[in-house]
Design a protein around this ligand. Sequence first.
Ligand code: FA5
Length: 331
Amino acid sequence: MSLVDGLQDMKVKALEELSRADTPETLEQWRIAYLGSKGAVKNAMAQLKDIPREEKGAYGKTANIIKGELTKAFSNAQAKIGSQGKAKVPAQDVTLPGKPPQVGHGHIITQTINELCDIFGRMGFEAVYGPEVEDEQHNFVDLNIPPEHPARDALENFYIDGDTMLRSQTSTVQIRIMENSEPPIRVVAPGRVYRPDTVDATHSFMFYQIEGLYVDEGVTMADLRTCVDQFCKAYFGDEVQTRFRPSFFPFTEPSAEVDVLFHYDDGSTRWIELGGCGMVDPNVLTAVNIDPEKYTGWAFGLGIERMVMRKHNVPDIRMLYESDVRFLKQF
Ligand code: FA5
């Protein structure tokens, strides 16, 4: 093969490779390989000095022509593909609307508290709030819970120091309201409570309760039964069944547990405990200077997570507190 043929072969190979270059990056690699300062064309030119005199003319001329052809082919390819760092992108229509930012919303527990306050608001109850950091006086003593009662055990509560603690029930708000107001009293108090319970599908160490309190002349257990049943029908739907089960709380007498019938997908049913209730114990009324001979009252304390789980088919309480957006955005 003559030296000039060698140049022609290099050109064919170069043009073939150039036809395969389809990005600014591959185009640049091609430029370096053929037209760069150490590229094939420069090499071919550099060999001129060693070429026998009779071939020099033809070789130099051909090399120059090929250099021109490859330079032109490169410019054409560059115009088509775009040079490195300046990739050709379609023109942007800046008048198109952008992607809307994701906006959060209230947690299902917050939404439920608002809904519960609305329902009880329509029944004539005012929403009130009490502190989460409490003293034993409000969490136990005024609620007729004696010092030896197991509920006061240090292992059953989150004590902070001395008699300061995280409240273990929203019943503390009963005391705070009654010590500062005269009957008639009709309030609900939603809020967080804390207990060192073992965490499982239905128990958390922090959960929400909603307390209800009604104190006036002639208030009866029948009113309580009707109120709780009406509330459950308003929240869960008219078809829901509720029942009162006899129970004991030191601050109510008589006392009951409120259960709601749970229907499962497989057709089975189960009673789920929502909370406790009862007639306010005369000792509690006396502790807050309300005359138990003149007034009677009732109270209830219901678990809000249990209601949410029952209504929205949430199988595990922990799902409410894992902050998994895929779960939360369903509500
Ligand atoms: C009480 O807390 C009483 N203060 C209720 C009460 C108020 C009775 C007024 C009488 C008058 P109890 O400990 O049973 O009761 O809790 C009430 C509800 O809170 C339970 O039925 C349940 O729904 C919910 N609950 C209790 N412990 C947990 C827990 N660890 N995690 C989630 N929910 C809980």
